[in-house]
Design a binder for this molecule. Structure first.
Ligand code: 4HQ
Length: 255
């Protein structure tokens, strides 16, 4: 996977490249990653990357020439790469989009600042517009990091040891099961006994049940848009019966 980031703050990426999973992926040559300074492609003698908006109003707009120059230079280096603009107007990023982008192989991520980039750049130089969520950032840099990290951890061999990417939240449309570590009793809260039992089949069952019920309680929207398998249906039915019994005993007239 190849990432080229276009930004006026390439230094923001130095510590990002140097730590954790991104660092490991770079060391293992699973990814390559470069941040290019858009200012290097400025065309005027003051190396300006922004200018006042036509029509007036507050704020500044990213000038088209430096962006066009930086995108063309990046494309020349990687002919098959797709360009992504980080913008609140884009399609909302999620795990499925991370998988799709990972399969593209080469991405040029364009980070805007100020009020955004000149519209003619969006029209002619951008393949995909992506938002990381409905809130306002000051620049696309943090959004680019989010996307790079989510994609990188999908690449086999980058997660360090385990096959965890496929077990993680969302990989099967459910939230992760609950986790416990030492001590067994923490401030009067016990670890569920089954996790200490050493019965691997029962532990797997407990974890599946934990995943399904946490998703139902915390993110019912995820459950509604998921195709449930037989085991998941059985778990929901079991809890449904349990709750119905409870209501019948406490409130016999409730039905
Ligand atoms: N931006 N997801 C960059 C965002 C944003 C988002 C606002 C993008 C400012 C200049 N980017 N412009 N949300 O809020 O990706």
């Amino acid at each position: 996977m190849k990432f080229t980031v276009l930004t006026i703050f390439p230094e923001m990426f130095e510590s990002f490249w140097a730590h954790g999973i991104i660092r490991r992926a770079l060391d293992l040559n699973k990814i390559s990653a470069t941040a290019i300074n858009i200012r290097d492609y400025a065309t005027d003698r003051h190396q300006m990357t922004d200018d006042r908006p036509f029509g007036g109003g507050n704020g500044m707009v990213m000038k088209p020439e430096p962006l066009a120059g930086a995108i063309r230079a990046a494309k020349q280096r990687q002919g098959t790469a797709k360009t992504v603009l980080l913008t609140p107007q884009g399609a909302t990023f999620d795990q499925n989009m991370a998988r799709d982008l990972a399969s593209i192989g080469e991405l040029i991520l364009v980070c805007g600042r100020y009020e955004g980039v000149d519209e003619r750049i969006c029209q002619e130089f951008i393949d995909y517009e992506i938002s990381i969520g409905d809130y306002v950032l000051t620049g696309g840099e943090l959004a680019a990091m989010v996307i790079i990290e989510a994609i990188t951890r999908l690449i086999p061999g980058t997660l360090g040891g385990e096959d965890s990417a496929e077990k993680d939240s969302f990989s099967d449309g459910l939230l992760e099961h609950a986790h416990y570590t030492r001590p067994r009793n923490f401030e009067d809260q016990e670890t569920p006994a089954v996790l200490l039992s050493g019965h691997h089949r029962e532990i797997e069952l407990w974890r599946t049940e934990s995943s399904v019920m946490r998703t139902l309680l915390k993110r019912p929207d995820l459950l509604r848009s998921k195709e449930l398998n037989d085991q998941e249906v059985e778990i929901l039915k079991k809890w449904y019966r349990e709750i119905k019994n409870l209501l019948n005993i406490e409130h016999p007239e409730s039905e």
